[in-house]
Design a binder for this molecule. Sequence first.
Ligand SMILES: O=C(O)CCC(=O)C(=O)O
Ligand SMILES: [Fe+2]
Length: 308
Amino acid sequence: MTLTVKPLDNIGVEILNFDINQPYTDELKEQLRALWYEHGVLIFRNQKINPKNQIEFSRIFGPLEMHPLKATTSAEYPELFELENGGDKDKHMTASYKGETIVGRLDWHIDLHYTGKPNHGAVLTSVEVAGEGGLTGFGDLAKAYEALDDETKALIEKIEVAYAFSMQRRNMRYVDLEGYEPGPYSPKKPADVRFPNFPESVYPAVMTHPISGKKVLGIVEQFLDRVITPHKVGLSNDEAIDLLKRLVAHTRDPQFHYFHKWEEGDMVLWDNWRAMHCATGTPPGVRRRINRTTIEGNHTLGRILMDE
Ligand SMILES: O=C(O)CCC(=O)C(=O)O
Ligand SMILES: [Fe+2]
């Protein structure tokens, strides 16, 4: 099997000549890992996927992780995490955006950002394709870093930013709250979804990818809270807030984004140490199911802020 690649818009590639049911040689595994580091997002189409071969494929990229949100893991395959819209859990994921009711919308984020140790990556496969909506967006934070001017690059090299986990979107400082209203069943505190009260986590504003060594912009809108000790780099609090607003606006520039519109047989792998992602959500009642496996993060990219 010789893999060939077809570039997607702005981040990632589609892999051609791949069959998930072929045996994997060491050479093929090595090639897949190299493509993952090089491109950040890999898309595979027309695959005959089941939980077993998804798990086997995912293990090529490292040991798998069980997600803290146990309620949604599959009973038969503990490595598999089932995402579902159009079922019982909808009401907890429903909110209103500029007058439109949407289920399961997620802002740009990095998975497990709030733990200081984001997972390395994840694989999503389509089980049931949404009749409407349900796209997954990916944004290249390595490309976003590269596109900054030299002055900004030099400034942010010296700063660290804090992320504060929150269940209530309206308490997040840098997401777009215009026209946002939580739903009547939106969770109010971490315990409502059996999460602990995560302490704040802190990241360098410029992260270095542990494997590829690429510089990655460490700014993502979800949970972003503040610059740590801005006066140490000569910034007032107001200047630090303006800087974060400007950087978040930069990450929202479509030139860094690819939105995946799901079809049957699709599989998507991304590097969570480089790409942020988001979900557009679905209109109420629309069914959508995705199976997810998670590749463990064995590097600590951030630190936890406990007693400082
Ligand atoms: O449902 C999606 O499209 C992506 C959900 C997500 O953020 C994730 O699986 O980490
Ligand atoms: Fe996610």
